[in-house]
Write a new protein. Structure first.
Length: 142
């Protein structure tokens, strides 16, 4: 099974997003407030090892686990699932689309590429990700 290094994947994800925050589009390259972090869409303990630290499971967000868009995602998990920024524990991150800062939906693959998809297809796929459940959270700032 392919293992990804978190550090390498985080660099790939930054380039994939052209240094924008996935949610708000802020340029995260200069390190200005509120900073930047790489968020695990699916909890590390829930994700299968071949996907866990791969670019399919990571998005770059401004802020930390408590500030900026990263903080927002953790404070609003039900909403964040509707945008694919959080992936439910039973889903495959490669099959749960994510919405970017421009409003474009895409599927992310484990190699760091992405495939734009239509809003209709995204809504169909995202519906499988949004069963309302209480999930634990972990601190995935790294
Ligand atoms: Zn942001």
């Amino acid at each position: 099974m392919m293992k990804h290094s978190f550090e390498q994947s985080a660099k790939t994800v930054a380039v994939r997003q052209d240094w924008h925050c996935m949610r708000c589009g802020r340029n995260t390259r200069d390190g200005s407030w509120p900073g930047v972090s790489t968020h695990h869409r699916q909890l590390r303990r829930s994700a299968s090892p071949d996907v866990r630290d791969s670019p399919a499971n990571l998005v770059r967000l401004c802020g930390t686990g408590t500030t900026g868009c990263h903080g927002w995602v953790h404070a609003h998990p039900a909403l964040a699932r509707r945008f694919g920024w959080i992936v439910s524990m039973w889903a495959d991150p490669r099959r749960v689309p994510v919405k970017d800062w421009r409003g474009q939906w895409m599927l992310l693959d484990a190699d760091g590429d992405f495939q734009p998809i239509s809003r209709g297809e995204a809504i169909r796929l995202i519906s499988e990700n949004t069963n309302e459940t209480i999930e634990g959270d972990d601190d995935d700032n790294e």
